[in-house]
Design a protein around this ligand. Structure first.
Ligand code: GTR
Length: 335
């Protein structure tokens, strides 16, 4: 290319840039990348459901709205995720209901030990009017700064530890067990005879590794995907907590969106709730198979032994249960 052509090209690009000058600004106004985050890695059911939802959103809006996923605690643990979503730095956060109890107290009903008969019962409750009501409570709360979009299944949580195969409730005595940061959970661990220690999910792997805790409790996909089994190889299926997860959206961003966009986001989130369940069921099976392959000792309890766990958590119900009596009754009435 000679000098003249080169100069021409520069001039042409300058004109183009000036011409486009308005367009990028306009584009910036209309194009919006919504940030989403999750403590789990890519491929995990909750993450995958949101990634797929993002693709649908992009298609439905011809690329005007899209989702950028930050998985694997890239933006911090769940406490930080909630705070950043409240200020609008993050739009979507997928959080366990565990740490959400401090935002809207009614959500704590799902954090009570053995509140659900089993996982299908929990799913029926979140799919029905109680699920809708609690999402609305979160959205309508003047202090939450969050919009409750949908629920996600996270199965049942069971104890794992590095010390010994826990075959009876008595075997848990004195074990230091990490629980999620909510007093209900620490009290639950203590009532069962263990020594409950509240800690973020982001700190757990090193706490297991260094022996700061002897164990923790979680569903099979988290135990497997987080590689906790490498340091705690005894998994005892107590299923003491069945805690759904929640997809929240930043109210600060929400309020700036059009009614149509809000309706689209709501619709896609409802679809994600269904999609995640299928992904969850597949992953739970795959995780159990992987754990067995890794030589993990998986221990089940007899119905009588399970009853002992249920009886042991009575003090937790005595302490926290009274204010949820009506709601618990409605949950139990869901057949
Ligand atoms: C997982 C859940 C996470 C997080 C974690 C924990 O099952 O998906 O959102 O709450 O448990 O134990 O902190």
């Amino acid at each position: 290319m000679d000098r003249r052509n080169f100069a021409g090209l520069i001039a042409a690009s300058a004109i183009l840039a000036a011409g486009l000058g308005a367009t990028p600004a306009a584009l910036a106004q209309s194009k919006q990348v919504l940030k989403a985050t999750d403590v789990h890695p890519l491929g995990y059911p909750t993450v995958e459901a949101v990634v797929r939802m993002g693709k649908k959103l992009e298609t439905a809006t011809n690329g005007r709205l899209s989702i950028q996923m930050y998985p694997s605690m890239q933006l911090g643990g769940e406490k930080e995720m909630i705070e950043q979503t409240q200020v609008g730095a993050i739009q979507y956060a997928r959080i366990s209901v565990g740490p959400m109890g401090s935002i809207v107290d009614d959500l704590n009903v799902f954090n009570m030990p053995f509140v659900f008969r089993d996982v299908p019962h929990m799913n029926k409750v979140i799919d029905g009017p109680i699920g809708d009501e609690l999402l609305k409570k979160l959205t309508d709360s003047p202090t939450s700064k969050l919009v409750g979009l949908c629920w996600m299944d996270a199965g049942a949580r069971s104890f794992y530890n590095s010390k010994k195969p826990v075959k009876t409730i008595d075997d848990l005595k004195g074990l230091k067990i990490r629980m999620m940061g909510n007093p209900i959970f620490v009290d639950t661990a203590n009532a069962i005879g263990a020594n409950g220690i509240a800690m973020g999910f982001d700190q757990l792997i090193s706490a297991l590794q260094t022996g700061v805790v002897d164990g923790a409790e979680n569903n099979p996909p988290s135990y497997e995907s987080g590689k906790h089994y490498q340091f705690a190889k005894y998994y005892s299926l107590s299923e003491h907590l069945i805690i759904p997860e929640i997809l929240v959206f930043s109210r600060a961003t929400w309020d700036k969106m059009s009614k149509d966009d809000q309706a689209l986001l709501t619709k896609l989130a409802k679809e994600a709730q269904k999609e995640e369940r299928t992904l969850w069921n597949e992953r739970e099976k795959a995780s159990m198979a992987e754990l067995k392959k890794q030589g993990i000792e998986v221990i089940t309890f007899s119905p009588d032994e399970k009853k002992k766990f249920q009886a042991a958590v009575k003090p937790v119900w005595d302490k926290y249960g009274a204010k949820y009596t009506a709601l618990v009754q409605r949950i139990q009435d869901v057949k």
